[in-house]
Design a protein around this ligand. Structure first.
Ligand SMILES: NC(=O)c1ccc[n+]([C@@H]2O[C@H](COP(=O)([O-])OP(=O)(O)OC[C@H]3O[C@@H](n4cnc5c(N)ncnc54)[C@H](OP(=O)(O)O)[C@@H]3O)[C@@H](O)[C@H]2O)c1
Length: 326
């Protein structure tokens, strides 16, 4: 038996519900691998789940993404050996932990040239950007792309990847302090969506054109404006709700705004099978190798500070990805 330090929630609510406990970890079961975790990725979905926006059964762990070293193998595991560096984004909730057992078919080997910290900062977010630029809408040279929250974890990667594909990228940020980070990430123009005229600012920034695709993870504060920023037959990819759920609409509005395509995608179905997970991870590693995906670790905390991580994310204090070290 190993003792692991894990985040455990006995209620949902503010960041104060995040508690750390010691938990006995059994030997890995058939098909599982035991990992000593070295870096954990924070993702905004952790806030939705902790707060009850996406309800969880209690008691529960928290977190979807971590990197670590294989310490023990369950029966029948042949594709990993002790000492391998591995990472995951969807091995069951509970990534906020110093060690855990996960199904081997949910793991991806970490390439030698990528450090544990960078892997934890990038994997979930780049896997999200990957399906958004390659599948939801295939970004191509000459496209106009609008990325909301472009200084955030996913936002920076998405903006940089779309720029590398040859698009003209406009990023939005919630305050002027984040302009530089969005620009550095690859945005051709950055606008402040806390200003009431941000839609006009967007159209001015593109020289009067609208977007082929709008990537909207902010929702409540941005969604209706996003429809106004989208060119006829363009795509609105609503992939999160950092400011709250999007307002309800009648489908007819999509006709009036120019026969728009609206989708609400998620990284999990895009990686639902082991084959898809490995294939998409290869696309991400390829993009990193080409320099399409740049990694900005915005803040590093200890696992003990998990509640502070959530406070920082909800306080919109950090640009780039947040990681925790167990
Ligand atoms: N569907 C999927 O597959 C998928 C996968 C991964 C992530 N996501 C979504 O992508 C978004 C970014 O995720 P992330 O983990 O990289 O987080 P993040 O971007 O680091 O943080 C969220 C950002 O949203 C903006 N925001 C706007 N209103 C906010 C509010 N009321 N409270 C907090 N933040 C607010 C903030 O930027 P400003 O301060 O500049 O406004 C903040 O930086 C999230 O909405 C997440 O749910 C979706």
């Amino acid at each position: 038996m190993t003792t692991a330090r894990v985040v455990s929630l006995s209620e949902l609510g503010s960041a104060d519900v995040i508690k750390l406990i010691d938990k006995e970890l059994p030997s890995p079961a058939k098909g599982e691998v035991q990992i000593r975790q070295t870096a954990i990725g924070f993702n905004f979905i952790d806030v939705y789940q902790r707060s009850g926006v996406y309800p969880l059964d209690l008691p529960t762990g928290l977190g979807h993404e971590a990197v670590g070293v294989v310490k023990a193998l369950g029966e029948g595991v042949s594709n990993f050996k002790i000492g391998d560096r591995v990472m995951y984004i969807n091995a069951g909730i509970g990534a906020y932990a110093s060690a855990r057992n996960v199904p081997a078919d949910k793991l991806v080997p970490v390439p030698d040239q990528i450090s544990d910290e960078v892997a934890a900062a990038v994997f979930f977010k780049a896997m999200t950007a990957q399906y958004l630029v390659q599948k939801t809408y295939q970004v191509k040279a000459g496209d106009i792309v609008l990325v909301h929250a472009a200084a955030g974890g996913v936002g920076q990667i998405l903006a940089g990847w779309a720029k590398a594909l040859g698009a003209f990228v406009v990023g939005t940020v919630g305050s002027p302090t984040k302009f530089a980070a969005a620009k550095e990430a690859g945005c051709d123009a950055v606008i402040d969506y806390s200003k009431p005229n941000w839609v006009e600012e967007f159209i001015k920034a593109t020289g009067g054109k609208k977007a082929n695709v709008v990537y909207d993870s902010v929702a409540k504060d941005t969604f209706l404006g996003s429809l106004d920023c989208t060119a006829p037959f363009g795509t609105v990819a609503l992939f999160g709700g950092a400011s709250g759920p999007a307002p309800e609409i009648q489908p007819e509005i999509l006709n009036k705004k120019g026969c728009l395509f609206l989708t609400r995608p998620s990284v999990f179905p895009h990686n639902a099978t082991p084959a898809l997970l490995q294939e998409n991870a290869r696309a991400v590693f390829d993009a990193i190798a080409k320099g399409y995906v740049k990694v900005q670790i915005g803040a590093k905390f200890s696992l003990e500070q998990a509640a502070d991580v959530h406070r920082a994310a909800e306080g919109r204090k950090v640009s780039g990805a947040i990681i925790m070290i167990p």
